[in-house]
Write a protein that binds this ligand. Structure first.
Ligand code: GRF
Length: 219
């Protein structure tokens, strides 16, 4: 498989696309040393498609319901990524479990953001679970994607306080604002050649990262 350094980035979405927007804003601010070349959604209803359109970014819908199984869907996505000479894939609210059909060829070139302080709360309903557990903090983690769900070496992690009176929605919006900050940072590190997946660990500037990734302190 090619380890092409084309600097071409694909962003995979399923819905709102606020993280996609953060990448587009980062690009517009001249802070992303690569090209957002392609947006793929598994749903034609994804609001993020309009964001891609408005930003002049090529976008495609590959509807998972048109395929018999996850592998066939992933193969179609993979074909599209290869055709577009994509170097780095950003999962941004992409609500599909992906298989080794996609993770293997893009190992070390596939990032995800998860709205929890991984390894806590992989999976869904992360904010409610943090509230139910009585946690003092919540947050988000950018990580390399390995075949396991919400697993893979963390790259950068941000913590936000859980405040009295928080519900899942208020907490989610506070975390989301920080997601928009840390995700483009991780992609920038990758595109600058500073961030790499080595065996199963993440390295930044050749140094192993802490267990939760680099701690990002919100402004
Ligand atoms: C974010 O909370 C992200 O952490 C999770 O899905 C949500 C996507 O939001 N993986 P958006 O579509 O980027 O607005």
């Amino acid at each position: 498989m090619s380890d092409s350094a084309s600097g071409r980035v694909a962003i995979l979405i399923s819905g709102r696309g606020s993280n996609l927007q953060a990448f587009l804003d980062s690009r517009d601010a001249g802070e992303l040393p690569g090209e957002i070349a392609l947006v793929i959604s598994n749903s034609a209803q994804a609001e993020g498609l309009a964001r891609a359109d408005a930003a002049g970014v090529a976008h495609r819908v590959i509807d998972h319901r048109d395929f018999d199984n996850r592998e066939a869907f992933d193969q179609s996505v993979l074909d599209c990524l290869l055709e577009a000479d994509i170097e780095l894939v950003i999962l941004a609210g992409f609500m599909r479990i992906i298989t080794p059909v996609l993770t293997a060829p893009f190992e070390g070139r596939l990032l995800n953001i998860h709205p929890s302080l991984l390894p806590k709360y992989p999976g869904l309903n992360t904010h409610q679970r943090a509230l139910d557990a009585g946690d003092a903090e919540a947050g988000a983690t950018v990580h390399f994607v390995l075949p396991e769900l919400d697993a893979g070496p963390p790259v950068i992690q941000v913590k936000v306080p859980i405040l009295p009176g928080d519900d899942a929605d208020s907490l989610a919006s506070r975390v989301l604002a920080e997601e928009h900050v840390i995700y483009p940072i991780a992609a920038r590190w990758y595109l600058q050649g500073r961030l790499r997946l080595h065996n199963t660990g993440a390295l930044l500037d050749g140094q192993p990262l802490p267990a939760g990734g680099i701690p990002y302190i919100p402004a």
